[in-house]
Design a binder for this molecule. Structure first.
Ligand code: ADP
Ligand code: MG
Length: 260
């Protein structure tokens, strides 16, 4: 029995079961002389949903873009799913496959159909056969509730629909972590909800999510922690309940006063 238990333990001792999703340790970054990230420390557990808010220019985008190496940090450590981000290009590739990202502007390829947008990376980066990639893409387009749009081009869709395609496209790579950078802030108000609904669904399925957003209703509904950034620092991190009811920092209070 002891041996069996030991083997069981061992078989569970994979990268998967042991590591936090993302770990920032004393991370600093400069753009030239401008100190944009100042000693960022944050551990994101697997399955955790984090909402990041804060004034424009506070470093929110830069911080999450460091997770998939769209930006490079200069000091400290960033570990994603057990792999530290260094200049090792192979490791960067591994991490990029595990981390999906959705931007404010949907960044769909305008000359490709919705289906082609969703199958491009799986076919070329993951070498998944075309037919299989299309089946997977259709499943995700169903999940974001626009399978009937699959043969149209991005320009024929509304902003909300395009953003849902962008989410589906990311999911087709089967990421372990999803980054969202103000995914609803470029949308007309009537389209915000359909995108947030998709994100709520994803959260309920247990996806690890880092979302930069000022949608505080969304934060209340799904976030495990809300983080407030200002001037390149994490000023406050707390459960939504505490964060909104009892913000500890004066800057947080000021910010919430402006947006709520
Ligand atoms: P946020 O997402 O919170 O609005 P950002 O992370 O986009 O903030 O930017 C933080 C600061 O860094 C801003 O002052 C911005 O102008 C500056 N910045 C962002 N990207 C660059 C860049 N590529 N080169 C120089 N400065 C940049
Ligand atoms: Mg930003």
């Amino acid at each position: 029995r002891a041996i069996a238990a030991d083997q069981f333990e061992h078989s569970n001792d994979t990268r998967e079961s042991r590591h936090d999703a993302v770990q920032f340790e004393g991370v600093h970054k400069w753009f030239g002389n401008f100190h944009v990230l100042r000693n960022i420390n944050l551990i994101v557990q697997r399955g955790e949903r984090i909402v990041i808010c804060g004034p424009s220019g506070s470093g929110k985008s830069t911080m999450i873009r460091c997770v998939n190496r769209l930006e490079e940090h200069q000091q400290g450590r960033i570990v994603v799913d057990g792999t530290e981000l260094t200049n090792d290009v192979k490791k960067i590739d591994v991490i990029r496959r595990e981390v999906g990202m959705v931007f404010q502007h949907f960044n769909l390829f305008p000359h490709l159909t919705i289906l082609e947008n969703c199958t491009l990376a799986p076919i070329w980066m993951k070498k998944i056969p075309k037919k299989e990639a299309e089946d997977i893409a259709m499943q995700y387009l169903h999940r974001v509730k626009i399978p009937e749009q699959s043969h149209k081009y991005p320009g024929q869709l509304s902003g909300g629909q395009q953003q849902r395609v962008a989410i589906a496209r990311s999911l087709c790579m089967n990421p372990k972590i999803m980054l969202f950078d103000e995914p609803t802030s470029a949308l007309d108000p009537e389209m915000v909800k359909e995108v947030l609904d998709t994100m709520v669904l994803l959260a309920e399925e247990g996806m690890t999510m880092l979302c930069v957003t000022h949608e505080m209703g969304f934060a209340r509904q799904v976030a495990d922690r809300v983080i407030f950034m200002d001037c390149g620092q994490i000023v406050e991190a707390n459960t939504p309940d505490q964060f909104f009811r009892n913000p500890q920092n004066e800057r947080t209070r000021l910010f919430l006063g402006q947006i709520l």
